[in-house]
Write a protein that binds this ligand. Structure first.
Ligand code: NAD
Ligand code: MG
Length: 416
């Protein structure tokens, strides 16, 4: 049963530790979560300063952000992009430019940093996110792939480092809000009977399997309620995202998939619910805008303005619920199975990242995504990774398997 022992690392006295401004690093600043985070931070210059922003190689976007926000540092994971960015900045710019993957780790663990927003997409975010955990930061976790791939390695780093791990994924943030912490900062899970994880159903809700075969990346990325990066948009369309979130909830709230029911709620107004033994069901509601969970992560246990428009229930009018269709969207079932296999979620995540990239690149059909994942789960033998090196080795093996499978599917399609 849910016991939420996995989040005992909440430091209640966050804003009581002096009056200093909190120094914030935003990993993945040019992305959807990164930009929403900058918007919230910008509303609260009296509480937060922007220490570092990072991106992969989008120089143009990063240049705009550096000029607008003037952070202390800007990191481009791609070294060539860092050189380009530095050459474009005016000589009097106060921002120092760094390049390379190690720089991401260094900024996430720098001693003067208080808060790290982990918003790099995919497994690429694991090392800097883990570094923030190991160095005891307030860690705002959007990068769910890092947690589900590294599992116990990630949670142990959080515990050992004394980090305050706060979920930013809207569903987990909602659960966290519905399982309130006591005055020692421990989530009080006594009496919790079930977690109800909501899913929008994505852009293809209601379609049969055969109606999914020819869908395009543009259709898959057109989410009805949320504006997100392309990878998570495809994950929402396949329901694989809900599988990642199931595993994420199991780690964060110390429970098993049996403790969690997935409920499709197409309006995305209720972000998740917690049912208690006495029959009470607590839900967190709000407009679908990631600035709400981001603001809560930044300010918890207080609340700050997020810039989100108030929820107008009369105009929402209706809240619908239905069961997920696991025949049309087998990715959720694959995740339910993978969670029970040691290392299974690491394999599933790696195969999915490769398959989604191939789908977005026109190399794989939409229904090929679950085919590639199922194949990797069958073929890649795994056990629970004990350290970062083992997580990375397992991730690489699963990626190689997925690449090979995609080549085979392409060859078969061409009739070779
Ligand atoms: P995005 O694609 O919009 O942005 C990704 C960011 O990561 C960009 O800044 C990019 O430059 C950076 N990045 C990409 N590859 C990188 C690499 N190899 N090395 C370093 N940096 C790299 O993605 P997003 O939608 O903002 O999602 C970010 C994370 O948050 C994902 O893990 C996603 O699952 C999670 N999340 C997103 C939302 C949402 O509403 N967008 C909601 C919940 C959770
Ligand atoms: Mg979510």
């Amino acid at each position: 049963m849910v016991c939420a022992q996995r989040l005992p690392f909440l430091h209640w006295d966050y804003f009581l530790q002096g009056t200093d401004l909190k120094q914030v690093v935003v990993l993945g600043a040019t992305g959807s979560i990164g930009l929403s985070t900058l918007d919230v931070l910008n509303r609260h210059a009296d509480r937060f300063t922007l220490h570092t922003i990072t991106a992969y190689r989008s120089v143009k976007k990063m240049l705009e952000l550096v000029l607008a926000y003037e952070p202390v540092q800007a990191v481009m994971a791609c070294p060539d992009a860092a050189e380009q960015l530095a050459s474009l900045l005016p000589a009097q710019s106060p921002t120092r430019v760094l390049g390379g993957e190690q720089a991401l780790v260094d900024v996430a663990s720098a001693s003067e940093v208080d808060v790290v927003m982990a918003a790099i997409v995919g497994f690429a975010g694991l090392r800097p996110t883990l570094a923030a955990a190991e160095h005891g930061k307030r860690l705002l976790l959007a990068n769910k792939e890092a947690l589900v791939s590294a599992g116990s390695v990630f949670m142990e780093a959080t515990r050992a480092g004394g980090a305050t791990l706060l979920p930013i994924d809207s569903e987990h943030n909602a659960m966290f809000q519905c399982i309130p912490a006591n005055s020692q900062g421990r989530p009080q899970s006594a009496g919790v009977e079930k977690i109800l994880l909501t899913a929008s159903g994505g852009p293809f809700r209601g379609r049969s399997r055969s109606q999914l075969v020819a869908v395009t990346p543009e259709q898959a990325c057109a989410h009805p309620n949320w504006s997100m990066g392309r990878k998570i948009s495809v994950d929402s369309a396949t329901l694989l995202n809900k599988g990642l979130e199931l595993a994420e909830a199991c780690w964060l709230f110390d429970c098993t998939p049996d403790d969690i029911d997935v409920v499709v709620h197409p309006q995305s107004i209720i972000h998740s619910l917690v049912r208690y033994h006495d029959g009470s069901v607590l839900a967190q509601l709000g407009n679908p805008d990631m600035r709400t969970p981001i603001a809560y992560g930044l300010s918890w246990p207080e609340r700050i303005d997020a810039g989100v428009s108030p929820l107008d229930l009369v105009s929402v009018a209706k809240l619908d619920f239905e069961a997920p269709d696991l025949d049309a969207f087998p990715c959720l079932r694959l995740a339910q199975e993978a969670i029970t296999q040691p290392g299974g979620m690491c394999v599933l995540n790696a195969a999915n990242e490769v398959a989604v990239a191939a789908f977005l690149d026109g190399q794989l059909g939409f229904t090929g995504i679950d085919n590639v994942i199922a194949h990797a789960l069958e073929e890649v033998s795994s056990r629970e990774p004990e350290n970062l090196a083992a997580v990375e080795a397992l991730d690489s093996r699963a990626r190689a398997n997925a690449e090979e499978r995609i080549h085979k599917l392409k060859r078969d399609r061409r009739g070779v």
